[in-house]
Design a protein. Sequence first.
Length: 259
Amino acid sequence: MLSLIALEYRKLIGFRSVRLALIVAVLLPWIWSFAPRLQDVYNLILVSGWQVPALALITAAQFLLPIFVAVTSAELIGSEISSGTLAPLLLRPLSRSKLLAAKLLTALTYPLLLVGVLLLASLLAGARFGFAEFAGGTGFGATGFVGQGLLSPSAALGDIVRGFLLAAATLMPIAALALLFGVLYLNTAAAALATIATLLLMRLLVVFPINFQQLLLTTHLDAYVQPDPSAVTRSLILLAIYTVGFGLLSVFTFERKDV
């Protein structure tokens, strides 16, 4: 299985969508760190390098990162179809479920790679502001960038790592959903479009009662800025249910799909 996952990652790194996503993840924090109108648009003045990661993540997590994850996860199946390599793979003494499990694990860990690069680039971009103790907040939690008194470097780093790990967790069900659509449609563009359309449709259901909204995937995609630990736990449980459900459906469908 490890060799299969390594093979899938070699394929993944070769995708143009991944290269574009990594370039954006590297450049975005630098754009925000030098943005001249942050105070006018967001009423924010950067006073510490610890604030750049949250600014980069918050502005990317609602739109850019889900699109990158959806396209790449869909491409794990779509690229095999377009290049004609899926059928030869299935002729080998390799079960379909094992092959798709490797692709699923690759898709689920890709958000960790993406947000990890974004975090490193953000810290580099914020280095010119320094990483000493500062008065303010990292952007994560109830007080946002305002904070409550002085924040130590260790506490700031803890907030940031927690926020980025939660952000990666919110992207995992999107990866699993895109892979499911990839199995259904056997086409990268169709699968990515179906994933984004599903997320947009869920966002439009805000007109329904709050109890129903709590069951929607999109309601929990901002768990990384949720200050309430109990709410975060509930979000993680629901995100895990969606991820496992979409993953199992992918395997079940792939086993019976005529490719």
